[in-house]
Design a protein around this ligand. Sequence first.
Ligand code: EPU
Length: 442
Amino acid sequence: MLPSRPEAVAAGLMIPDRLVVTGGARLAGSVSVPGAKNAVLPMMAACLLTEETCRIRNVPLIEDVEIMAALLRRLGATVEFDRAERRLTITAADIRSVRPDPELVHEMRASFLVTGALLARFGQVECVHPGGCEIGIRPVNVDMNGFRAMGAEILVMDGAYVARAPKLQGSRIYLDYPSHTGTENLLMAACLAEGYTTIVHASREPEVLHLIRFLRSMGAEIRGEGTSVVEVKGRSNLWGASYRTMPDRLVAGTFAIAAAITGGEVELREVWPEHLEPIIYKLRDIGVEMDETNRSVVVHARNKLRATEVQSMPYPGFPTDKQAEMAALLTQAEGESVVVERVFEDRFRYAEGLRRMGADIDIGGARAVIRGPSRLRGIEVSSGNDLRSGAAMVVAGLAAEGETTILDARYVHRGYESLADDLIGLGASIRAEKFVAPRVQL
Ligand code: EPU
């Protein structure tokens, strides 16, 4: 029997592609933050480094996890996803392919993370250029140059990177940009390389540190986590491990900014406040009260908001993934704000939608100037084919008069398991419409 629509949605068989937000409600209450997308995806790839079974807990129920699971299965791994328990059990004992499915790789940037592990363990990998949210060129030269430095021979054939190295050799690798997934890919490769690898100018994003800790629990020997020089002593093999996924600082940031734009009071539970420092700092700067405890943050937006300057940068700078939502919030702040995007070249896709909603926003190169406060009105807007831009439109809709309809909202589902429901739980008025099948067979 076919499931009813609510059942299909609950089981992840259908995803809402349109969100209709009725603005004006003040958010209040408490919300718990799920495991982090950008932490669980590299851990899933790292399971390819061993033939033993790994278990990952606190897994978010999002589409990108399903895509990575499908990708691993098609390589030959056994992947059991207990969604009720939020637990993945992955065994990569019988890998039969070193060619990740191009269709799935086109769906998601993080899919490229399997290349380092496959190359290190099997001496070969063939992978097409990864796709993902449309936010810029997103090259993989950091990964490729690193593999080359470790002795791999790399060719580009029929649009695929073909890398071969019977045994990777530890090396000193300087990254000319501290690429987040690039660092993760090289770390995984280095774990099974011969000798020592030193990664200089490594990414220090919290999810990279989290991966290092997971790899260590698999037996890897890594030093320097949290600094930009990380040293890995290669080993001949790693073993299975069980690990809990860290909370999603980016989802937490969305709840904080959503609370702020509605003048609300919201408690974020199960967060690591230290990861939220750049966001907490900026929200305080514009007049939002932020109270931290060990594992929670209370956002209290009772004051008028003030304009500020925000520059997105690699961690511990302000996260690029919160830049769009922050811009939406700054449309409600008194004065002229400046938002500079220093990570991706195409992350102002939301600006046109905000402008049509009534925001006073001008873009010049990597710089947005926002004059506020503006009265926003609900209209039909696009997600910009970027999950963070889609989230920003939801945030703007919360402060707009009338209904804001976000089209292509399936992008939002890549990174938020229940953004609409969570916001409804805090008092927002949101309805989901036009349900579509997920991009991969679950
Ligand atoms: N870059 C290079 N060469 C490379 C790789 C990157 O020049 O080889 C440049 C890019 O062009 C870009 C900048 O470096 O301008 C940042 O790219 P990076 O590789 O650091 O980012 P990423 O690994 O592609 C991850 C997250 C993003 C997050 C960024 C920054 C995952 C799966 N993705 O992307 O998350 O915005 O780091 O922290 O971890 C999202 O979750 O919505 C998202 C886009």
